[in-house]
Design a protein around this ligand. Structure first.
Ligand code: HBI
Ligand code: FE
Length: 290
């Protein structure tokens, strides 16, 4: 550490300095961890819960990235690198493309337990890292990083960022038992992990790549729309092709508001057993309008 903060290397990485965390910081981790562990039983997908268990991320305190990286590396070849906060898009994508997950080190304060706009170590580690233990999801994240570098070059970053937002950060997955959470932004939020599944207000729509790329999102409140995948294979397959023609197609269509519904949408309605195709309630637009 220097007077300004942790010394940053040219690649934006820093030292986690695990030994430097104080008791209060570990106590905040424990509070957040225990609360989410309780809430996520029956709400998070089993791939996430399995990953959390296998990683050995525990309630006891903020994990040491060196230990987590060893377990991750052995399982899927990913490692965690410490960064001071949001890093530039190109740097972020480059890390993912090389199977490095950039994580912040600081933890939110006690008066921010329920809401923090920027990522902290609880969001980055508890929210993102367990799914990187899953081989299919691990490959999806790497492909996303490679796609990001390409999207930057093509000037379509915004569309790719929407895909990340509505999958990696706020995605739901349909299982035989019902809808489950896999998005990290939800997994690290007590309020949203209940809201996304149980509140009648947000809509849950079947995942469609072009639809997602057209949909704006809010960064400062719970989502109006969640997109539901059938499995990680679907996500990986949908994003395998080159996006160049997809971007071209999507850029001819208007963007959609976060709460908008269009005729093609497959809506999931409680109790989440089956998608309800062409459901009529809610603001529906004819396909001519969109
Ligand atoms: N940096 N540390 C960090 N974490 C992120 O999630 C992140 C970032 N930089 C850019 C970024 N995300 C997004 O803007 C991209 O997904 C588009
Ligand atoms: Fe995140």
């Amino acid at each position: 550490m220097n007077a300004i903060g942790p010394a940053m290397a040219p690649d934006f990485t820093i030292e986690q300095n695990w030994e430097g965390y104080g008791e209060e910081e570990h106590a905040i981790w424990r509070l957040l961890f225990e609360r989410q562990e309780r809430l996520l039983a029956g709400r998070a997908c089993h791939e996430y819960l399995d990953g959390l268990g296998a990683l050995g991320v525990a309630a006891c305190g903020i994990p040491d990235f060196r230990r987590l990286s060893e377990v991750l590396d052995r399982t899927t070849g990913w490692r965690i690198v410490a960064v001071p906060g949001l890093v530039p898009d190109a740097v972020f994508f480059d890390f993912l493309a090389r199977r490095r997950f950039p994580s912040t080190c600081f933890i939110r304060r006690r008066d921010q337990l329920d809401y923090l706009q920027e990522p902290d170590v609880f969001h980055d580690i508890f929210g993102h890292v367990p799914l990187l233990m899953n081989p299919v999801f691990a490959d999806y994240m790497q492909a996303y990083g490679q796609g990001g570098l390409k999207a930057l070059g093509l000037g379509h970053l915004e569309r790719l960022a929407r895909l990340y937002w509505y999958t990696v950060e706020f995605g739901l997955i349909a299982t035989a038992e019902g809808l489950r959470i896999y998005g990290s932004g939800i997994l690290s939020s007590a309020g949203e992990s209940v809201y996304c599944l149980e509140d009648p207000r947000p809509q849950r729509l079947g995942f469609d790549l072009r639809r997602v790329m057209r949909t704006r999102y809010h960064i400062d409140r719970y989502q109006d729309t969640y997109f539901v995948i059938d499995g990680f294979d679907q996500l990986f397959e949908a994003t395998r092709p080159d996006f160049t023609p997809v971007y071209r197609e999507v850029s001819k269509l208007p963007d959609l508001e976060p709460d908008q519904v269009i005729a093609q949408d497959r809506r999931f309605c409680p109790p989440w057993s089956l998608p309800n195709v062409g459901e009529k309630n809610g603001p529906q637009l004819s396909s001519a309008q969109v």
